[in-house]
Design a protein around this ligand. Structure first.
Ligand SMILES: [Cu+2]
Length: 188
């Protein structure tokens, strides 16, 4: 009927905020996208996934450059086990007779020279890598300790030549892993 009905006015009034809301929604989506993209790039840079081209880094002021990730820098956080360099395994005898043998290694804390008992030796391998036969392995059976800090392994040196004993261990109260490669010679 009439154009200027209260209903018509109400309709007019309603459309304005609806359009405004739609525009606001588009903007907020764009802002969220921009934020997440920059966050992803920042995260990638932090992780070392992205590297900044040298053409850019060369023109960055020194004060800013120190904040940029260094290419090739490795993160110091968890993942890789920390090597315990203050501890070392030593063979009591680097020569053994070919055939069945009991190898003994001593674990020492290098700064003090003290033997370390109760270490958990969780990886061990005996192979002929020093003789060019890294795939030639032999049995290695842990034996009970006869004195503190001494770790013994029963083995069978099936061939004369150079063998390598590889050990990994954990020490109580220390985070990280002791890793050791010890060379010994089996003589006929
Ligand atoms: Cu061999």
């Amino acid at each position: 009927m009439h154009q200027n009905t209260p209903f018509h006015e109400f309709e007019e009034f309603e459309t304005v905020p609806a359009r405004g809301r739609g525009r606001w929604l588009v903007w907020s989506i764009l802002v969220v996208l921009a934020l997440s993209a920059s966050a992803a790039i920042g995260y990638g840079l932090g992780r070392g996934t992205w590297t900044i081209p040298s053409s850019i880094t060369e023109h960055v002021p020194a004060s800013l450059a120190s904040w940029l990730p260094t290419p090739g820098a490795t993160p110091t956080s968890a993942g890789t086990p920390v090597a315990l360099k203050d501890y070392a395994f030593e063979l009591t005898d680097a020569r053994a007779k070919q055939g069945e043998a009991v190898l003994a290694v001593r674990l020492v804390h290098k700064p003090t020279g003290k033997p370390i008992p109760d270490a958990v030796v969780f990886a061990h391998r005996l192979d002929m890598a020093p003789s060019g036969m890294p795939t030639m392995t032999t049995e290695l059976e842990p034996q009970s300790a006869t004195e503190p800090g001494l770790y013994r392994f029963k083995t069978n040196l099936t061939m004369a030549g150079d063998w390598r004993l590889s050990l990994a261990a954990k020490v109580q109260g220390e985070t990280g892993t002791i890793q050791s490669h010890l060379d010994l010679k089996a003589v006929p």
